[in-house]
Design a binder for this molecule. Structure first.
Ligand SMILES: Cc1cc2nc3c(=O)[nH]c(=O)nc-3n(C[C@H](O)[C@H](O)[C@H](O)COP(=O)(O)OP(=O)(O)OC[C@H]3O[C@@H](n4cnc5c(N)ncnc54)[C@H](O)[C@@H]3O)c2cc1C
Length: 447
């Protein structure tokens, strides 16, 4: 891609090009990608799009699997609008440009003796992108990352800059913390933080039945509990983290063997083997359930949450009401064993506290998340479609950044505030500047 300067504005941009997401399952031919460095430049791109009657999709780091970014018009990237604007140590808060990656934020906050409260399993997403889709980690006493938003600034389709918090523009605040980029462009976000803390992380084997029977105990006695379920195996990979005052216990060589070799290089080799010899799927999955790295390490939180993900995959993830999780999990295992899908990638199960953000999948309910994956070269259906049918029988809500087929008809029945969000979106973006085909289906709008 060559850099050029847009003819109508002086903002750095790339002319007509192909854009694709991290997983490579979404690709689009765009008229231009803009890289504004200031809010004024973002406003100028909005003005140009309005004049030229173009749509804009704002991109973070392109780590969503769903086609939330896909457009033939403009992509606006915030990679140049990054960094920490202000840190308030007293209040334990920081205001961060939305294009900042979680990794960059983690490092700068750590230097100031602070840390993000809870995170997912990678740190390459942008702060704006992670919050826009309700990105979450695990831990039943923590909401998703968006629940830690204290305030944000929104640039709307009319070019207005709106400051939003619980008291100023409270309706936009209630809706805009998980907005999929359809209410406007979030330029900066203030997040609640914790003092820098260490986590003791343990990875060990568990049993399917025993873990489900004792799920409450696992969740209540660990700060962060999650597990991987390997199809065709009774063995689970349990991951438990708790705050710790112990000294950092981190062997770089062992970490490389575990995190890079076993979880990436060996996994890639297993996946390629599985694609070449698809009939070996059960053996591969069982072998994986026996060979994952086990042990304990202690490190600062941001070093524990973030993992390396070099193996490309496709993913669907659903939020399930906590009370239905065990039944759904049991049925999911039965369906997989009955249908014998040729899959060998584990499913990930995590637990999150309910919240009050209108389009957060955890709105109004403590939740479990079930994420299913296939290697990027594998067909994901009927595996994903059969499980989506199961999840939706229990009021499942899709992770907005993962693959799903839900549209307005289903979503309006499963989100109490869906109509309110639709009305607000129409008010803020009457010409549908921030929609693409996928989002038009989600919000039931013809574009
Ligand atoms: C390997 C991998 C691991 C992952 N792990 C997790 C995990 O542990 N937990 C989890 O919940 N999810 C996880 N995800 C999903 C990921 O966190 C989300 O899809 C997230 O939205 C990606 O962030 P991004 O910066 O790449 O956003 P993008 O994918 O670029 O954009 C996502 C959405 O945010 C909008 N957006 C971006 N920036 C702004 C802005 N400034 N203003 C308004 N809207 C904006 C976009 O328009 C789009 O709708 C993972 C994804 C991958 C590929």
């Amino acid at each position: 891609m060559s850099d050029a300067t847009s003819e109508s504005t002086s903002i750095k941009s790339t002319p007509k090009t192909i854009w694709s997401n991290w997983a490579g399952n979404v690709e689009c031919s765009v008229t231009g990608i803009f890289y504004p460095k200031t809010e004024a430049e973002v406003q100028a791109v909005i003005q140009q799009a309005k004049t030229e009657k173009k749509k804009i999709r704002v991109v973070g780091s392109g780590h969503s699997f769903s086609p939330v970014i896909a457009t033939n018009d403009y992509i606006l990237s915030l990679v140049e609008l990054k960094g920490i604007i202000n840190i308030d140590k007293q209040k334990k808060q920081a205001t961060i440009w939305a294009g900042t990656s979680i990794k960059e934020a983690n490092e700068q906050l750590f230097e100031a003796g602070l840390a993000l409260i809870n995170l997912g399993d990678i740190d390459v997403q942008s702060v704006g992108g992670a919050t826009a889709t309700g990105t979450h980690g695990t831990g039943i006493t923590f909401g998703n990352v968006s629940t830690e938003i204290v305030d944000f600034t929104l640039l709307t389709a009319s070019g207005e800059l709106l400051q939003c918090d619980a008291n100023t523009n409270p309706t936009i605040f209630a809706a805009g913390r998980v907005s999929l980029g359809v209410l406007g462009i979030v330029t900066k976000i203030t997040l609640r933080l914790d003092e820098a803390y260490k986590l003791e992380y343990t990875c060990k084997a568990g049993n399917f039945e025993e873990t489900l029977e004792n799920l409450e105990a696992y969740n209540n006695s660990n700060r962060n509990f999650e597990y991987y379920y390997f199809p065709y195996s009774e063995t689970l990979q349990l991951k438990l983290s708790n705050k710790s005052e112990k000294t950092v216990k981190h062997n770089k060589f062992l970490a490389h063997i575990n995190d890079v070799f076993l979880e990436n290089t060996a996994l890639e080799a297993a996946c390629r083997f599985g694609v070449t010899f698809p009939k070996m799927y059960q053996r591969i999955s069982r072998a994986m359930s026996k060979s994952f790295p086990k042990g304990t390490k202690v490190n600062y939180s941001h070093q524990i949450y973030a993992t390396v993900r070099n193996v490309r995959f496709k993913e669907m993830e659903y939020n399930i009401p906590m009370e239905h999780f065990k039944e759904v999990m049991t049925k999911m295992k039965a369906i997989i064993e009955e249908k014998q899908y040729q899959i060998f990638f584990p499913a990930e199960c995590r637990f999150v506290k309910g919240d009050d953000i209108w389009l957060s999948p955890a709105y109004g309910r403590d939740s479990a998340y079930i994420a299913v994956h296939v290697y990027h070269q594998q067909e994901h259906n009927p595996y994903f479609s059969d499980l989506e049918e199961l999840f939706t029988q229990y009021g499942g809500r899709p992770h907005w950044g993962k693959m799903h087929t839900r549209t307005a008809e289903y979503l309006s029945r499963n989100y109490d505030k869906f109509q309110d969000f639709q009305l607000l979106r129409q008010q803020l973006d009457p010409d549908n500047m921030f929609l693409n085909e996928h989002l038009a289906g989600i919000f039931g709008v013809a574009i």
